[in-house]
Design a protein around this ligand. Structure first.
Ligand SMILES: Nc1ncnc2c1ncn2[C@@H]1O[C@H](COP(=O)(O)OP(=O)(O)O)[C@@H](O)[C@H]1O
Ligand SMILES: [Mg+2]
Length: 311
């Protein structure tokens, strides 16, 4: 299957001579069709640069980027792409609805069908009322929603979104996540960048982590989550055998509440020990929850390990 996005040993150096700044240092990875793919990294990591090369706003210094197998320098590559830039300015005199109508002309759909889709999208984004107000009156979150709707106009197969949820309140963020999952179910591919892991961890299938222009990891979110489970957990079980609790206390901390016991295990070894003891004594395990290391701290760990290697 042709990848939706291919970054092939992509490098970008801004400026030259003493002012040269190496923003991308040979990154390679692929995004498969139908994936929600998170492009993660702290500010200044090189995310926007990579996206701008992908969309042919910038020349690569070396390597290449492809969209559905077509080199980014070929305008055909962008035929099936909707884009939300990180920083964008609209003509504030237009209302949200007029603005979307303008953009929607680029798609292949018939006018009547398009008007229906726009109305549906505005309603989904809770923007039906705001749609007839001028964009210059919009809050940051509302502007971002209209920007997203603009990326969807024309019904593209691939969405490239640079920090799409920045500036949005939690309610809007949740709504947008729902929209992404809906789009995925329709077979779209979504490539979104973020410096906030929590904003993408529950919707992305995979993530690429980039830092100082280098690709540090490409991981399936489920694998990252499995990794964090091994670092520690709480176990809740029912059963109040004092002998069992004494045994558990040698390797973990317990807290008792009626017949329920909550055990905090610091590492994998302790988790395995405790689970075995509970099962051997016939206790009933109610819940095992990973704690101690969120995906965010995993991300920070990867980034800081790289930093240490730098020093
Ligand atoms: N036009 C430019 N000229 C020189 N350096 C730039 C330019 N644009 C970005 N950079 C630098 O390249 C690096 C990557 O920036 P960027 O791609 O915007 O990162 P991100 O989107 O991950 O925050 C940063 O160090 C930034 O300062
Ligand atoms: Mg950026």
């Amino acid at each position: 299957m042709t990848a939706a996005i291919t970054f092939d040993n992509l490098s970008k150096v801004y400026g030259r001579g003493r002012n040269a700044k190496s923003a991308l240092k040979g990154i390679s990875f692929e995004v498969q069709p139908g994936e929600i793919f998170g492009f993660l990294g702290p500010n200044g990591a090189g995310k926007t640069t990579a996206i701008h090369v992908l969309l042919d706003f910038l020349f690569p210094t070396a390597g290449r980027a492809l969209i559905f197998g077509i080199d980014s320098s070929d305008p055909q590559a962008r035929r099936n792409v909707g884009f939300l830039p990180e920083v964008f300015a609209f003509d504030g005199f237009l209302t949200g609805r007029r603005f979307l109508k303008l953009f929607d002309r680029f798609g292949d759909k018939r006018r009547i069908e398009r008007a229906g889709l726009i109305a549906e999208l505005l309603q989904f984004l809770d923007m039906s009322d705001a749609a007839d107000i001028r964009i210059k009156r919009y809050s940051k979150g509302m502007t971002q929603k209209i920007g997203l709707a603009q990326a969807l106009a024309g019904d593209p197969k691939l969405l490239v979104l640079d920090e799409p949820t920045s500036g949005m309140d939690p309610v809007a963020k949740a709504k947008i996540k729902q929209l992404f999952l809906k789009l995925k179910s329709e077979g779209k591919t979504i490539f979104l960048s973020s410096h906030i892991l929590a904003d993408i961890e529950d919707i992305a299938d995979r993530v690429a982590i980039i830092h100082h222009g280098e690709l540090l990891a490409v991981d399936r979110i489920s694998e990252l989550q499995a990794g964090r489970a091994s670092e520690g957990c709480t176990i809740v079980f029912s059963g109040d055998s004092p002998q069992l609790i004494n045994e558990i206390n040698t390797r973990a901390e317990t807290e008792q509440d009626d017949s329920r016991v909550t055990v905090t295990c610091r590492d994998r070894a302790s988790k395995e020990f405790v689970l075995q003891k509970i099962m051997a004594s016939g206790g009933d395990i109610i819940k095992v929850t990973p704690v101690g290391s969120s995906l965010t701290s995993h991300f920070l760990k990867i980034v800081s390990q790289e930093k240490l290697a730098d020093d």
